[in-house]
Design a protein. Structure first.
Length: 275
């Protein structure tokens, strides 16, 4: 698979301002994946013009409608004026920090559940963990392979789509655990009448654990269940998302009663709650 550098020749020239790039999809990709991607509108916020040109060209060839913004100001303007299905956001930008925009989006009703992939050139795990803690759904370190970017975006968009009865492996409805209810159709969890604020990734993680209530799931099993592919067992993003879920569904996140850690094994969702 070619790297991002090899895509330069195919990158379409755009203006320095927000520009929409639409390329014909590669006819090697068809079927359900193509149908889903054709409907997806992506916004890339990154000040690296060469990189965004290459990303837009590559993603455009796979059927996505891609818009590019070179600053936080341009990104905010685009988000205010246009609908977006997923956001790829650089951590460091000329007019601010991507983390600040992530906080803004997660605090807004309109973009609270917008799938968000954060890009970072920093090597410190702390930077990635902070991004996940304040609401990013996934992260990707630079430099990266275009296929990995594409795979992660597809996974984010799948998780953001409503869960159908067949895809979910069960009947549509509401999962109930004491005072906690998980509405699969509305993609919403409530503790009594209070809505639990969760990202799309965190909601799917909660559903995965709830459907396996009473069974210990390892990090490998969780990652496989969420993304359909094996990832590194030491990926600490799972721990971060579990922490966020606990903050939303537990009465006291420091002493969880619903989502429990089994040391050396993984996590288990309590079958009986509020007994």
């Amino acid at each position: 698979m070619p790297s991002m550098a090899s895509e330069t020749a195919r990158a379409r020239q755009t203006s320095p301002r927000v520009a929409e790039i639409r390329l014909q999809p590669d006819d090697r990709h068809n079927g359900a994946a193509m149908t889903a991607s054709l409907a997806a509108r992506l916004l890339l916020i990154d000040d690296d013009r060469r990189l965004t040109d290459m990303m837009a060209a590559y993603l455009g060839q796979h059927g996505y409608a891609v818009s590019v913004a070179g600053s936080l100001a341009e990104g905010r303007q685009h988000l205010a004026q246009s609908e977006v299905d997923a956001l790829v956001l650089d951590l460091m930008l000329p007019d601010g920090d991507g983390i600040d925009l992530t906080r803004e989006l997660r605090a807004s009703v309109q973009h609270q559940r917008l799938p968000l992939l954060m890009l970072t050139a920093r090597g410190e795990p702390t930077d990635r963990i902070v991004g996940l803690e304040i609401g990013a759904d996934d992260y990707l370190a630079k430099p990266f392979e275009p296929r990995e970017l594409l795979a992660r975006l597809r996974a984010l968009l799948r998780r953001a789509s409503p869960i159908s009865p067949v895809a979910a492996g069960g009947s549509a409805g509401v999962l109930r655990f004491g005072r906690l209810s998980i509405d699969l159709d509305a993609r919403q969890a409530k503790l009594e009448s209070q809505v639990c604020e969760l990202t799309a990734y965190q909601f799917d993680l909660l559903v995965l654990l709830a459907r396996s209530a009473g069974r210990v799931l390892s990090r490998d099993q969780i990652m496989d269940g969420l993304k359909g592919e094996a990832l590194e067992a030491f990926d600490r993003s799972i721990d971060v998302h579990v922490s966020r879920i606990r903050a939303a569904i537990e009465d006291d996140p420091r002493h969880p009663q619903r989502l429990l850690t089994v040391r050396g094994s993984g996590y288990v969702f309590a079958r009986k709650q509020d007994a």
